[in-house]
Every structure is written in C-alpha cells, then in structure tokens.
Design a binder for this molecule. Structure first.
Ligand code: 0WD
Length: 254
C-alpha cells in the first residue's frame, strides 16, 4: 500500500459525490489515516455519518476564508495527530450570479470572494500546513481546464483557478527547499454540488463522453487515485505541476 502509515488531511468534504470523498476512499485503501475538514453547519451530521465509514477518521470544521481558523486547524491537528504527510485542498466557491452573468458583469465582491475561497485559501493552507508536514510532504489542490481555455459558464472561477495554478508553481518554489511538494490536479467534469452552479454543466459531461480519447467521464475515485499518487513517494520528482485527470479531454482541438 503506497500510503501505509501516512496521515492525509482532506479539506472540503461535502457529501459522497464530493471529489474529496473519492480522494479519502483512495487514500484509505492505500493505508493512510484520513483526517477531514468541512465547512458550514447545515450538514454536519450527514458528513460525520459519511466519514465514519473510514475507520480512525477524524473531522474538524474550517472556514478557509478565515486565516485564524486555518492556523488554529493545523495547531489542533499537530496536537491531536502529530505531523502529517499530505493535504488535499478540495475547496472552491463563486456566487451563482457571478457565474451566470458572464465575466464582464462580475462584481468586485464576487471576484474577491471566488479568488479568496478558491485560490488564496490554498496559499494560507500551505503556509500553516508547512509547520506540521513531515519532510516529503505533499500539498495538492484541485483545478479545472476552465483556467486554461474558455469553458462556457465557468467565468470568474476560471480566473480563480488560473490564480490557483500559478500560485501552485510559486508555492512549490518556496516549499521545495523543505522537501515539500505542491501540485494541482486538473479534473474532468464530475457531477457534484459545486458543479451544479455551472450553467449547462451536463453539456460538458456529454462532450467528454463523446470526444475524450477514453470516451467516458472521470470519477471522483479516479481523481482521488491521482491525489494518492501525488501524496506517495512514487511522485517524489513532481512538484509545481498541474496534472490532468480528464481522460485526455484537454488534448482535443475542434
Ligand atoms: O466537475 C467538478 N466537480 C470539478 C471540480 C472539476 C474540476 C475541479 N473541481 C474542483 C472544484 O473547483 C473544487 O476546488 O474540485 C474541488 C472540489 O469540488 P467538488 O467536489 O466538485 O464540489 P463540492 O463537493 O461541492 O465541494 C466543494 C466544497 C464546498 O461545498 P459547497 O457545496 O458547500 O460549496 O468546498 C467547500 C464546501 O464544503 N467550501 C469551503 N470549505 C471551507 N471554507 C468553503 C469555505 N469558505 N466554501 C466552500
């Protein structure tokens, strides 16, 4: 098992359709102890019931837009669990209006919010996680092709993901000296709660099924397996990268 005796923090679990859940299942299957964070109070019991399916897992609240909560989270984790080996940032949010009304109509507040939750929060997570990561530790964020090319309806989230991907490169430079790696996974479209906010999301899914080299959509478990690879020593030479887990869709032209 490639994550035997490793402790992995999975941030952004929402429900069993979350990419975070696929990553948790994969890490657990490969021998890791899994720690979760969630956001909001309306679903705590459901999330606790879900994560209890993974033995020894623990769950903590964390609103990543509050630096103090992020700092506090990692000091709690170090106290309760000691040093950890990996962090998955599976978090993003943009206001529906800002996604639906075209980039040109993005509000200042909406632009800031989307970048705060979906990009800056990963910088804060890396800053505070650094203190509790073992050498060889690995930080992973999730991004989408809408950062590289225009994807209808992705709008301000595309700008936020571009900021996230570039931040991954600069963070990998800062943390490499401590033998900590930083990467992003660019996942193909997957039907989750957040994905529902994107207009005509089903069109994206149909396009991948019809035109991707593998002629099918990715699953959250497949994306989770890529995260497991990036948490393991097998990816020890990979940092600062955006790795595509999209069944090849991103190589297709017209
Ligand atoms: O097609 C997809 N679903 C893709 C998602 C394709 C490519 C990338 N991604 C990315 C997303 O942009 C995100 O970064 O994967 C990541 C996880 O997204 P998901 O699994 O698609 O969505 P979901 O299950 O909704 O998890 C996102 C969660 C939030 O859920 P809600 O529905 O409550 O927004 O991010 C969390 C929250 O649990 N979240 C926060 N966590 C901490 N602090 C915050 C916050 N302020 N805001 C949202």
């Amino acid at each position: 098992m490639i994550l035997k005796d490793k402790k992995i923090l999975i941030m952004g679990i929402r429900n069993k359709w979350s990419i975070a859940w696929g990553a948790a299942q994969s890490a657990h299957e490969q021998g890791a102890e899994v720690i979760f964070t969630y956001h909001g109070t309306e679903n705590v019991q459901k999330i606790e019931d879900l994560v209890s399916e993974i033995p020894r897992s623990k769950i903590y609240p964390c609103d990543v837009t509050d630096d103090n909560e992020v700092e506090e989270l990692f000091s709690i984790i170090e106290k309760e669990h000691g040093k950890i080996d990996g962090v998955l940032h599976s978090i993003a949010h943009a206001n529906m209006d800002d996604l639906r009304n075209g980039m040109i109509n993005t509000s200042k507040e909406g632009f800031k919010h989307a970048h705060d939750v979906s990009a800056y929060s990963f910088v804060a997570v890396c800053r505070y996680a650094k203190k509790v990561l073992n050498p060889g530790g690995s930080l992973v964020a999730l991004t989408y092709y809408g950062a590289d090319k225009v994807m209808q309806g992705y709008n301000v989230m595309g700008a936020a993901k571009a900021a996230l991907q570039t931040s991954v490169m600069y963070l990998s430079q800062d943390l490499g000296v401590d033998n900590i790696r930083v990467n992003a996974i660019s996942a193909g479209p997957i039907k989750t709660l957040s994905a529902k906010a994107i207009k005509d999301f089903n069109v994206m899914l149909e396009m991948v099924e019809e035109r991707s080299p593998l002629r099918r959509n990715v699953t959250q478990k497949e994306v989770g397996d890529v995260a497991t690879f990036l948490f393991s020593e097998l990816s020890s030479s990979i940092t600062g990268q955006t790795i595509f887990s999209d069944n090849g869709m991103s190589i297709m032209g017209i």
